[in-house]
Design a protein around this ligand. Structure first.
Ligand code: IPM
Ligand code: MG
Length: 369
């Protein structure tokens, strides 16, 4: 039975990078027997003009039941024409929540091949291989009450609520422990337990889940400010990092500096499996819409392409193909393939499509040994 994928290229550089990701999917279809029905749908201003929503209701209802959703990017100047309530209703955040994808995996790899593009010293970044597991459905992003209120003194007051219940911490902790178990077996949990009650609860619950169910995983805890420093100083010390929604957002961007560019980072956002074993899943490059370079054909498609790799691994059960794609990306980089964001000194940079060509060529070479 073919599996079904919904593709939402979105806006800004989204469509450009997704185009290259789709070429990679086609390659796996033609050469490795990947049987995937691809349905492309509008997301953003185009969808708003046609349907009055950022994403059509009929599409939205199917995001949860699809085997996977591949998302490009959202946002940009054109968004201004969409009324704020429509924007909020169809926002990426609303979709993440509606799909129930609470476990956000953001792998961060320090490619030795990209040492010259990284802000870190070669010996600090090379060989880094960690995953930030970010809680994606709760915390400060969704807590109520929230808003901006007028004050009697003529000023205003902004309010957001940071809240985590035991069950929310438990399920993301289990996801992170399970991932660590399949890797180097080390989990470092991030919090601000020296100041925040949510952080104290976070630490308690993660410790308990570890002791009860994952005694084989080596668990440590780190305060978020120290973690930020350690990520810049010695990222190689981490295997799996577990963080709440806000901290995970911030820390994963530091990963962009380790890899050389935010354009390198893929992500997978996974829901809990339902009674039939089906699990909603959203795959997206971490970079966002980058309106300043949109339409120029120079965006780095590797974040989107590597997101296809995560989809092969986490939704389609094709670990071998995922590993093949990751090796091919490495090979393309080793061969000097560079978009401007990871440009090497004195070497011409490739276009988005050129990088797609390089990955396809490397796939063919890697597959044949
Ligand atoms: C991310 C982005 C989003 C987030 C924005 C675009 C809402 O920064 O995926 O990291 O904060 O989650
Ligand atoms: Mg972010």
């Amino acid at each position: 039975m073919p599996r079904d994928l919904i593709v939402l290229p979105g806006e800004g550089i989204g469509p450009e990078v997704i185009r290259q990701a789709l070429r990679v999917i086609d390659w796996f279809g033609a050469r490795r027997g990947l049987d995937l029905t691809v349905r492309e749908e509008a997301y953003g201003v185009a969808a708003y003009r046609r349907h009055g929503g950022i994403v059509a209701d009929a599409v939205r209802a199917d995001l949860v039941s699809a085997d996977a959703v591949l998302f490009g990017a959202t946002g940009g100047p054109a968004f201004e024409e969409i009324p704020p309530e429509v924007r909020r209703a169809g926002s990426l955040l609303a979709i993440r929540r509606e799909m129930g994808v609470f476990a956000n995996l953001r792998p961060i790899v320090g490619y030795a091949e990209l040492a010259d593009a990284s802000a870190l010293k070669p010996e600090v970044m090379a060989g880094v291989d960690l995953v930030v597991v970010r809680e994606l459905n709760g915390g400060l992003y969704f807590g109520e009450p929230r808003g901006i209120a007028d004050l009697p003194d003529g000023g205003r007051r902004g309010l957001n609520t940071l809240t985590y219940a035991t069950w929310e911490i438990e399920r993301i902790a289990r996801a992170a422990f399970t991932l660590a178990r399949g890797r180097a077996g080390r989990l470092c949990s991030v919090d601000k337990s020296n100041v925040l009650e949510t952080g104290r609860l976070w630490r308690d619950v993660v410790s308990r889940i570890g002791a009860e169910a994952y005694p084989d995983v080596r668990l440590s805890h780190i305060l978020v400010d120290n973690c930020a420093m350690q990520l810049a100083r010695e990222p190689g010390q981490f295997d799996v990092l577990l963080a709440d929604n806000m901290f995970g957002d911030i820390l994963s961007d530091i990963g962009g500096a380790v890899s050389g560019s935010l354009g390198m980072l893929p992500s997978a956002s996974l829901a809990a499996p339902d009674a039939d074993g089906h699990r909603a899943a959203l795959y997206e490059p971490v970079h966002g819409s980058a309106p300043d370079i949109a339409g120029k054909g120079i965006a780095n498609p590797l974040g989107a392409i590597l997101s296809v790799g995560l989809m092969l691994r986490h939704s389609l059960g094709r670990e071998e193909d995922a590993a093949l794609l990751e090796r091919a990306v490495r090979r393309a980089l080793a061969g000097g393939a560079r978009t401007p964001d990871i440009r090497a000194p004195n070497r011409p940079a490739l276009s988005t499509e050129g990088m797609g060509d390089a990955v396809i060529a490397a796939l063919a070479e890697t597959a044949s040994g």
